[in-house]
Design a protein around this ligand. Structure first.
Ligand code: PLP
Length: 404
């Protein structure tokens, strides 16, 4: 008998949003339980359909989607992204500086594979969207986590970033607005990050997939603030356009591109090797970026997303032992829970027990590279009735757990 084992490359790779707790949830569903799944930022199943204008245009052009497109993507899609760069003041961007991918996910992978040699360090926020840490690790790099301060609206701690730069640091990752914290960064913080990157010759990767899902404040693309550094900015259709299943995202190379020629060649090579992104998905990009931005209706006061965010946040902070920074953007609350009051020393275990008791599925904070067991993430895409049901169950469970 021989054993088939996974590659050593996967040894330290961790992506817990769809990890072991997912298997536990599947088991419960197979036993016939109806779960309330507040674990994944997937708008469509909660009634947030892709705007009809986008899906209709895809259907209209579907017969043109039989063949491969250019590896870096359809010209019309890249041109629309280029115009979006102009709107966001990201300078010095040509259609050739834009790469379309199967979601931002694929492009994160490509950007890391093309850059990192074994042992190269990359600064990634904690908490982070864990695909960044996983992709950097899979590429052979070393993810070094910098602190974001909960007591300061979860903004990146600039001193911590500076103290973690070494001779082998290649880049800083910024996730703004942030998943899981919902933090939206002010210009001063972005300028502080630029200052560090400039002094240490680092690339800035900026994941801005939630840039239009804002409940307060305005989003500034970090790449709009300097042109003497090399930036790679990521965005896509999954969140603002509620089209996660179309798998359409893009990556923008901007700023001081001349110094990154060799790296860009690497990106092009990897992009060529996967031939092209899903073409029907690409067909939606031009319409999405050009038309009426219905996401703004959903995120302003009275809009469905805004009201759900507010409700979820207010319910959470009224539970004893729970505090939460109010999200300024994205789709998540990331509350802190008093581990003594609720006797938690392993947050995965806590989330599992909560699932078994309440049939509500959340994600543990350690899934976002937080090294203390005192956070969890809850999405607020569910309508108010379902959210109320979920929060009633969570609150009831915590009351029982407290009384133990
Ligand atoms: N970046 C962030 C911060 C995310 O939260 C997500 C998905 O949740 C992604 C990237 C992946 O997006 P896509 O659907 O475009 O692959």
């Amino acid at each position: 008998m021989y054993k088939i084992t996974k590659s050593n490359k996967l040894k330290n790779v961790c992506y817990d949003i769809r990890g072991p707790i997912f298997d536990e949830a599947k088991k419960l569903e197979e036993e016939g339980y109806r779960l309330i799944k507040l674990n994944i930022g997937n708008p469509a199943p909660f009634g947030f359909q892709t705007p009809e204008e986008i899906s209709r245009d895809i259907i209209r052009n579907f017969s043109d989607a039989d063949g491969y497109s250019m590896s870096n993507g359809l010209f019309s899609a890249r041109k629309a992204v280029m115009h979006e760069c102009q709107k966001k003041s990201i300078k010095n961007v040509d259609v050739e500086d834009i790469f379309i991918g199967n979601g931002v996910s694929e492009l994160i992978g490509i950007s890391m594979q093309a850059l990192l040699n074994d042992g190269d360090e990359i600064l990634i926020p904690s908490p982070d969207y864990p695909l960044w840490t996983a992709s950097a690790t899979l590429a052979g790099g070393k993810a070094i986590h910098y602190r974001c301060d909960e007591e300061n609206y979860w903004y990146p701690n600039l001193e911590d970033i500076e103290s973690k730069v070494t001779k082998t640091t290649k880049a800083i990752v910024v996730i703004n607005p942030n998943n899981p914290t919902g933090s939206l960064y002010p210009v001063e913080i972005l300028e502080g990050i630029i200052d560090i990157a400039r002094r240490h010759s680092l690339i800035i990767f900026s994941d801005e997939i939630y840039d239009k899902i804002l409940y307060s404040g305005e989003h500034v693309s970090i790449a709009s603030l300097a042109d003497d550094l090399f930036f790679v900015t990521f965005n896509g259709l999954s969140k603002s356009y509620r089209a996660a299943g179309y798998r359409a995202g893009w990556m923008i190379l901007s700023g001081e591109k001349s110094q990154a020629k060799d790296y860009i060649e690497g990106i092009s090579m990897l992009s060529n090797m996967r031939l092209c992104a899903n073409v029907p998905g690409q067909l939606g990009i031009q319409t999405a970026l050009g038309g009426f931005q219905s996401i703004y209706e959903l995120t302003k006061k009275g809009g469905r997303l805004y009201e759900q965010m507010n409700y979820c946040y207010n319910r959470l902070i009224n539970i004893p032992g729970i505090t939460c920074t109010k999200p300024q953007g994205a789709l998540y609350c990331f509350p802190k829970i008093d581990t003594q009051m609720y006797q938690i020393d392993d947050d995965s275990q806590f989330i599992k027990e909560l699932l078994i008791e309440t049939k509500v599925l959340l994600v543990q904070g350690s899934g976002f590279n937080v090294d203390t067991p005192d956070h969890f993430r809850i999405i607020f895409l569910a309508d108010l009735e379902l959210l109320a049901e979920a929060l009633d169950r969570i609150e009831g469970y915590l009351r029982k757990r407290r009384a133990k």
